[in-house]
Design a protein around this ligand. Sequence first.
Ligand SMILES: [Fe+2]
Length: 537
Amino acid sequence: MFEPNSYPLFDRRTLLKGAAGAGLLASGLSMIAASPVRAEFKQNPFTLGVASGDPAPDGFVIWTRLAPEPLQARGGMSVVPVDVSWEVSSDSELKQVIRSGTAVARVELAHSVHVELEGLEPGRDYFYRFRAGGIESAIGRARTLPASGAEVAQVRFAAAGCQQWEGGYYTAWRELARENFDFVFHYGDYIYENPFITVDRQGRAFPRVLPKDFSTCISLTDYRRRYALYKTDPDLQAAQASCPFLSSFDDHEVSDNWAADTVRDVPADAFLFRRAAAFQAWYEHMPVRRSLMPRGPDVVAYRRFQVGTLANVSVLDTRQYRSKQPCGDGFKANCAEADEAGRTMMGAAQEQWFADGLRTGTPSGQAAWQVLAQQVLFAHVDMRSFPWLTKSEGPVVDLDAWDGASAARGRVMGILHDAQVKNPVVLTGDLHHGVALELKQDWRDSAGPCVGVEFVATSISSGGDGEPVMSNAQALHSDNPHLKYVSNQRGYHRHTVTRERWLADFRAAEQISAQDRPMTTVKSFVVEAGKPGLVNT
Ligand SMILES: [Fe+2]
């Protein structure tokens, strides 16, 4: 009998028994270890839940990972490949199974499985489940995208991210799970790579405490254990089981404010090994397609999702190809380097890909709404009023965001203009504030035309409880006339989109330092199709 909890990880006796059970000749351990077996588990191996992602009109990915002891280096698994069977059904109780099969969970990928479904019907719900060693996983709900070119009446989705585990309870994920969204855009900071810390920057104790042996994520094992910890949370599991995710990454999946092949003063020849480990763990834990499997330190994660002719969602990667932050990074005034023409946030290839996707005549170019689903603040924002910054007479900007590469932002605005995109909507994370902004062709001309909008979803838990009214809110508004709303509460954004209007609801938790506190819609905006700008509701 194969015992996945046996430790040390390589156990000849259980391997041989497992191989015999699979009907194999036990002539050599290397052959045996490469042959999948039907495992038996003493404990539930589905401790990290199930997930679906990267929907298409005819399918999606379903994901799980076997980890009976999730915080162990290998999740309590041995090196033996294990058969994981899966079923997909059109009903929530899996009575009518329409697809089934077996995937092999391998130690090389932390016993994760990514199954890509195809040939399904567009625009409808499906349900799925895994089984290993006779134990069933939870049932997850997935949903295909509408048919390409379909006249879709409405799409409902959420934008969420920034979920530092120790920062607070995942009340927002619990609430989101109840919404049965068409999909969720996750803008990154799925994990935080930080060392063992028990207090936040203000010295307040975190509501949750990391395991004592956790330290800064550097190795593949470090990152895997961090994902495993986060994914043991039942509210996150409920959210991931509720609908497909469009997964992306920001900085904390690798290291705080990394940029391309470096972070701070760590050179590429050292950093890229860490990035490779971080990306492997990211892939292992995200419901993404095989095309997003990293090759060493590289992963092509920018991609496009078409919601019929209603919306075209471009998921961007603003980390891997960007110029290093100018002027030594941070929040600073008078950084001339930030305005240099050669700076980039997406890299030339991704910029070209983005422009190509908007070309008139392509299905995506005809979409009613063009969505830039990305990570860091796109609009210019003068942040000089934040009390923790050094006082400044001039604008202070976040050099890690698009304000640190104004020419790159200008090129994206040019691409949108040239393609005659009438309704660009930028979705953003990173800031840990809920923000609504109007995009200006010229940021110095506050009375000038608005060319699009940006919604910065706050954070699921990063930043602690926060407060609905910030002490510098008034100053932020007067320094930034195009900023229409700002708050510091934890939650997510709910977007309900029709051909005529885009409704954005800012969902916020009363408190996340305690469990099960209520969530409410604290602000809503409407954007009317063809009339860029934010309308209060
Ligand atoms: Fe974050």
